[in-house]
Design a protein around this ligand. Structure first.
Ligand SMILES: [Zn+2]
Length: 407
């Protein structure tokens, strides 16, 4: 009898310890709820109302949610499609999810379900991985007819790619015929494998024309439909930065461009710097715009007061996700600056808060807006934790109830 009771006590003790261990393990995960929820809740539901209406407009700009990176698709009034950048957040943990999601988004919303659509042009604003590290999948999936590349070159000793790049610089008139290497004082070059691979991909795309973005010589992209005239104009990088001026930052070579249709416009910026902003403002008269895609994910390297006061945006779109970037972008300082330059707080939209952002202009120039997809959290991690605790408790102690019933 005493032995049996002792045995029961012992069993109960083991069960209690086991239960407490399970509780402890579960509770330890609670501080990481946000991260876990982001991982398991990748499903999104569209905000059908406004989103569905806006994507049917004449001119649509999709700032696709790719974490702290840029991938912006354009649906133009004459039916042309464009892509500005094509990167995703560089972390290996979430990279492939963002890569596939952004391509799926393009298939579904830009090409209306067509698996292999054609981009009339792709603009690579500058060769930072978060702006082009999805080009392999993008070039494999879609036909690309034209690429605007920045005047930043691949350069590595004795590399065949470097020789090709020198020839390309010569062909574009950026180097005279006699030079055999890139002069470091004149050319900004990088030697990353990813960029070399990307160049191979771009230059081997069948039927694809590749041009350098060098304002103001780079021609505007204009409508082929006289009834629906739009203009995409390149303001930067300036032609004067080559070969007479060399920036010390790849971001300063970012394509700075506007899309204007029926009196409404958006400015796209890549990761342009204050230095480039100043050079562009010194060289030309920048127009006022309705919407600004904030440069460099809201970093304080960009968006100077002078620049914001010049272009006077009413909306600001920021492509970022704070939990996937160590730089903690966007900087509050920049949000405050954008507000102090006249954008209301409600008109600053971030992909991390609202998912994919859309800016649309109607052919009757009556409508301008931005709307988003909503991220629906389908599973709350603490629900899972509570469930595990209740279920494990019921299982562990439930066995006891059954055995005591038998007695
Ligand atoms: Zn970037």
């Amino acid at each position: 009898m005493g032995k049996k009771q002792e045995q029961k006590k012992k069993t109960l003790k083991i069960k209690i310890i086991l239960f407490l261990v399970i509780c402890a393990i579960v509770l330890v995960t609670l501080p990481f709820s946000g991260l876990i929820e982001n991982k398991i809740n990748s499903k999104r539901t569209e905000n059908i109302g406004d989103f569905a209406t806006l994507i049917e407009k004449d001119c649509v700009v999709h700032v696709i949610d790719v974490g702290c990176a840029d991938c912006i698709a354009l649906e133009l009034p004459d039916g042309k499609k464009g892509l500005v950048d094509g990167g995703v957040y560089i972390s290996s943990k979430v990279k492939s999810t963002y890569q596939q999601n952004s391509v799926n988004y393009i298939k579904q919303y830009v090409f209306d379900g067509n698996e292999n659509g054609t981009f009339d042009f792709v603009v690579m604003t500058h060769p930072d991985a978060d702006h082009y590290n999805n080009y392999e999948l993008i070039f494999d999936t879609f036909q690309i007819n034209k690429v605007y590349r920045p005047p930043v070159f691949y350069n590595k000793d004795d590399d065949a790619q470097t020789q090709k790049e020198i020839q390309r610089a010569k062909d574009a008139g950026l180097m005279d015929g006699s030079e055999t290497a890139f002069d470091e004082n004149t050319f900004y070059t990088i030697d990353t494998k990813l960029f070399s691979k990307c160049l191979d991909k771009m230059y081997s795309e069948p039927g694809c024309e590749i041009v350098f973005t060098l304002a103001p010589t780079t021609a505007d992209i204009v409508s082929s439909d006289a009834l629906k005239p739009y203009t995409i104009r390149f303001y930067g990088p300036r032609h004067t930065c080559y070969p007479t001026k060399s920036y010390n930052n790849n971001n300063s070579f970012s394509a700075l461009m506007t899309l204007e249709y029926k009196g409404h416009s958006i400015m796209l910026t890549g990761d342009t710097t204050k230095e480039e902003e100043k050079d562009v403002m010194d060289a030309c008269d920048l127009p006022e715009v309705d919407v600004l895609k904030v440069a460099h994910h809201g970093s304080n390297t960009s968006s100077s007061v002078a620049f914001l006061n010049k272009i006077k945006p009413k909306y600001a779109l920021i492509s970022t996700r704070t939990d996937t970037n160590k730089y903690n972008l966007p900087k509050q300082e920049i949000i405050d600056r954008i507000i102090s330059c006249g954008v209301s707080e409600d008109n600053i939209l971030q992909t991390q808060k609202s998912g994919n952002l859309v800016f649309a202009i109607d052919s009757d120039d009556m409508y301008i807006g931005a709307t988003t997809e909503v991220v629906v959290k389908t599973i709350k991690w603490w629900y899972v934790c509570a469930g595990v605790i209740v279920a494990s408790g019921a299982f562990i102690f439930g066995v006891k109830i059954k055995t005591s019933k038998r007695k």
